[in-house]
Structure formats: structure tokens, C-alpha cells
Design a binder for this molecule. Structure first.
Ligand code: ZN
Length: 286
């Protein structure tokens, strides 16, 4: 009798284990607006979900539906640029591996995070950030090692790490200058061009000198009197100053242009786009 009980318990345990280790599919979010609440239990997982971008095979209709619902940058584009956006987005997703540290993955995760990279590089010729083949998505702020600290995003080795909750807030909240998606993509774009040997965009590198020269002046002005556009963090490290400049450039281009017109112009020249004058000034990349 006891043996039978043990056998039954073992069988149930085995079934439970096998079903729970099945690969999950990405869920179509049913929330309106975008799914942004991760249940508490989702914060504790023993194994992340892994998706090869080239196996996700999102259709043009799905990409269009997600972008039109949640991505203002895409909605402002002319039809011809929307086509370009979708085609670039598809290629970008194809080239990445997405590691989601949650029990459930949502299709908005790879689509919208990749879209932030496409937004940043939309005027450039090279947009794949090929050095970074892994994108890790955490439900909330996560722990970073060496040094040990709590992060909402970072770029390390060949990986871009982003906290989903803060990523969404970056696009939803119109009143602050934060956007962790654009921030991390800005770091990645810089490393791609200045710290790796492959897939370098010479035009970007050359025009970046302009940002160095003008940015350096603003950086020092901000150290003395801040006008509230940059965080304290940004005026301690020039690399952070670059990443925050990108956040401000996209979230509040009018304020950046008003306070630092030369810096705004330098960013337009580097990125080959002009948020305040689109579509009069079209994107210059192919
Ligand atoms: Zn940073």
C-alpha cells in the first residue's frame, strides 16, 4: 500500500515537472493599454524563457498592430517610412535572441524593445547593433553584479538588459525625461561603433566628434548650473550624458532645442533625423 502511494506521488511529481518545463509560447497581450503588470509570482522563476528572433516570425500585420497601438514614433511616420520601420524591425528581431526572465512572455516585449533601437537608428544606414545578439528582459528592476547594484537597464558584453516595467513607463510618461529603452540603445550604438571592430558606421563615428565638442561644453555648463533636463548621474560621466541626451532629444526635443540649440542640431546631424521638423526634413538613411 505504501509502495503504491509512493509510486503515485512519484508519477504525479514527474508529470508536474515535465509539463512545467515545456517551452512556452509568447502570449498576445489582451490588456489595453499594453500589458505592464507582472504578477508577483512571475518575479520568481528558476529558468528564463528563450526565443530565437528568427523563429518568432511576426507577420507585418502583427508588427503594425502592436506599433500602432503603443509606439507614438511609428504613428507619426509617413506611410513610406512606416514600411521602412517594419522592414528594419523584422530584420532586427531576426538577428537577436530574447531571454525573458518571467514565467510568461508577451509579444510586445521583443517587438517594442526592438522598436526603440529602430527609432534611435532610423536615419542611419547601419541599424542592427550586430555586436549585441542577446536582449534580456526582466519584469522589473534587477540586480547587476560587479558592482552589485539595482538596475533598470544596462549593456554588458554582447547583451542589452532592460526592465520591462520601466521600459513601458519611459514611453508612457510624457512628463519626465526618462526612457530606459532609448538610453540603453544609445549606449549600445556607441559601443557598437567605438569599441568593436565589426559593423562600424563611419558616418556616425565621424559626426560623433561634433557631439563630443558641443556636448563637452554643455556637460560643463550643466555641472555648474543644471536647468533640470539632465540627472545628477548624467553630469558625472560623459557616457551617461550621451545616453541621457538621447532620451531628452526624443522625449522633449523642443526643450533641448530651446536650451541647447547647438546640441540639438549636433544630435540631428549624428542621427540624421529631426524630430521637430519631420516630415519637412526627411530621414536621410536608406
Ligand atoms: Zn547609462
Amino acid at each position: 500500500m505504501i509502495i503504491w502511494a509512493i509510486v503515485i506521488i512519484l508519477t504525479i511529481t514527474a508529470i508536474w515537472y515535465l509539463t512545467r518545463s515545456k517551452k512556452q509560447t509568447l502570449t498576445d497581450s489582451t490588456d489595453v493599454p499594453v500589458h505592464d503588470k507582472i504578477a508577483q509570482e512571475d518575479a520568481y522563476i528558476d529558468r528564463p524563457l528563450v526565443y530565437n528572433g528568427n523563429e518568432l516570425e511576426f507577420s507585418i500585420e502583427v508588427l503594425h498592430a502592436v506599433l500602432s497601438k503603443h509606439f507614438q514614433f511609428y504613428n507619426r511616420l509617413l506611410d513610406i517610412d512606416r514600411e521602412k520601420f517594419i522592414s528594419r524591425l523584422k530584420k532586427f528581431i531576426d538577428n537577436k535572441i530574447f531571454v525573458i526572465h518571467a514565467k510568461k512572455g508577451y509579444r510586445e516585449m521583443p517587438i517594442l524593445i526592438s522598436a526603440s533601437a529602430i527609432q534611435l537608428t532610423f536615419g542611419l544606414r547601419k541599424y542592427l547593433l550586430s555586436h549585441f545578439n542577446i536582449i534580456q528582459i526582466f519584469p522589473e528592476a534587477f540586480v547587476g553584479l560587479e558592482p552589485f547594484r539595482i538596475l533598470i537597464g544596462n549593456v554588458t558584453g554582447n547583451t542589452i538588459n532592460i526592465a520591462w516595467k520601466q521600459f513601458l513607463e519611459g514611453y508612457k510618461n510624457k512628463y519626465d525625461m526618462q526612457n530606459v529603452g532609448l538610453h540603453e540603445m544609445a549606449h549600445a550604438l556607441y559601443y557598437q561603433n567605438f569599441e568593436t571592430e565589426l559593423y562600424i558606421d563611419k558616418d556616425f563615428k565621424d559626426s560623433f566628434q561634433q557631439f563630443n565638442a558641443i556636448g563637452e561644453k554643455v556637460y560643463h555648463v550643466e555641472k555648474v548650473v543644471t536647468i533640470g533636463l539632465y540627472s545628477e548621474y548624467a553630469i558625472k560621466d560623459f557616457q551617461e550624458f550621451w545616453a541621457e541626451s538621447i532620451e531628452i532629444y526624443f522625449k522633449s526635443p523642443d526643450r533641448l532645442q530651446m536650451h541647447y540649440p547647438d546640441l540639438y542640431k549636433a544630435l540631428c546631424d549624428i542621427l540624421k533625423q529631426d524630430p521637430l521638423n519631420y516630415p519637412n526634413h526627411l530621414f536621410q538613411g536608406e
